[in-house]
Design a protein around this ligand. Structure first.
Ligand code: SAM
Ligand code: SF4
Length: 334
């Protein structure tokens, strides 16, 4: 039995987020430029290589796997990969297999995901207004995503909505989104917009809507109780007493969650990012491809975890995007 992954700050690494593609059928303004150049296919890990990577991490103590992208469900044959992970759920080594998706392909895949052992999914949805949805995603269409959410719930998947809080864009939907989620029994988490990728024409600081303000506004209509529950990630939760709803807040720009950080991120090309807010990464594709035995890969993973930093460098405090990351969320998978 391999010893589990513990970083230099005594944090056990039990959560791996894997980006299975950099491609996407949407072009959300805060995530991608309209004319993205995607990686050549040969750069990507094959589905077999993704299986080997994930299985190795699971052998080293990873218990939760989140599949993301780009849009994970547009990767060809991705259900083969999900089905191959089912064996780790069956063995008990993997406790949760989950996915973050824009919802566009859920109508097609929801039942297959459930059959593979997925029980909860995150669907990213910032607005319930068709015109605004088309504007923010550029290429997305709301009815398709809503049908996807219907299909997911019908298949038995628990759906959590992730909404990026955007000033002047969805501020006015705070209550309608909350009510919509209550009516559909979906959890809702708000994400603070991060200074990722190139700012291009859209200055993200202009779009920045602080979750502190969002929470205060919720308090004007609901009794909001803080919950102690933490997941080792940047999310905090409150309960709305009137409805019993749980609302999450993800504020990646604050440093207050790094102490309990239990996660690392693997890109679709096999780069392991030890911290969302730091550029340091380890190439795991080379050791993976160097031999059919997993010894080299394990060694490279351990060496990488030994470099996991204490915390990240984001800083909005001087009202400029200090610590701004040059890579896109679609690369590291958010
Ligand atoms: N395509 C899938 C989706 O949209 O759910 C998975 C990948 S996407 C990169 C993962 C999450 O990152 C989404 O919830 C998206 O809204 C969020 N995201 C992308 N760019 C962001 C940014 N600049 N700041 C905050 N969240 C961002
Ligand atoms: Fe695609 Fe998700 Fe990025 Fe939107 S947030 S462009 S859906 S990867």
């Amino acid at each position: 039995m391999d010893t589990p992954l513990i970083d230099p700050f005594q944090r056990a690494i039990s959560y791996l987020r894997v980006s299975v593609t950099d491609r996407c059928d949407f072009r959300c303004v805060y995530c991608m430029s309209e004319h993205m150049t995607f990686l050549p296919k040969k750069e990507l890990l094959s589905l077999e290589e993704l299986d080997r990577m994930c299985s190795t991490f699971i052998g080293l103590g990873v218990e939760k796997l989140r599949i993301t992208g780009g849009e994970p469900l547009v990767r060809r044959d991705i259900m083969t990969f999900f089905r191959s992970m089912t064996r780790h759920l069956d063995s008990g080594a993997l406790r949760e297999l989950t996915v973050t998706t824009n919802g566009s392909q859920l109508e097609r895949y929801a039942a297959d995901l459930y059959a593979a052992g997925v029980r909860r999914i995150n669907v990213s949805l910032d607005t319930l207004d068709e015109e605004k949805f088309a504007r923010v995603t550029r290429w997305g269409r709301l009815p398709q995503v809503l049908r996807g959410i219907d299909a997911a719930q019908a298949a038995g998947l628990r759906v959590k909505l992730n909404a990026v809080a955007l000033k002047g864009f969805n501020e006015d939907e705070l209550f309608s989104l909350t009510r919509w989620c209550a009516a559909r029994d979906c959890d809702l988490t708000w994400i603070e917009v991060m200074p990722m990728g190139d700012l291009g024409n859209e200055d993200r600081l202009d779009q920045y809507w602080s979750l502190k303000d969002l929470r205060a506004r919720l308090g004007e209509e609901y009794s909001v109780t803080d919950l102690a529950e933490r997941t080792g990630g940047p999310a905090r939760y409150v309960r709305l007493e009137e409805t019993g709803q749980k609302i999450g807040f993800i504020t990646p720009l604050t440093h207050n969650f790094c102490e309990s950080c239990n996660r690392v991120r693997l890109t679709c090309t096999g780069e392991l990012y030890m911290c969302l807010g730091q550029e340091d990464m380890a190439d795991l594709r080379a050791p993976l491809r160097a031999s059919n035995d997993d010894a080299l890969l394990k060694e490279a993973i351990r060496a990488a975890i030994a470099r996991k930093p204490k915390g990240h460098d984001f800083d909005y405090s001087r009202q400029k995007a200090d610590g701004q990351m040059s890579r896109h969320m679609s690369h590291t998978g958010g």
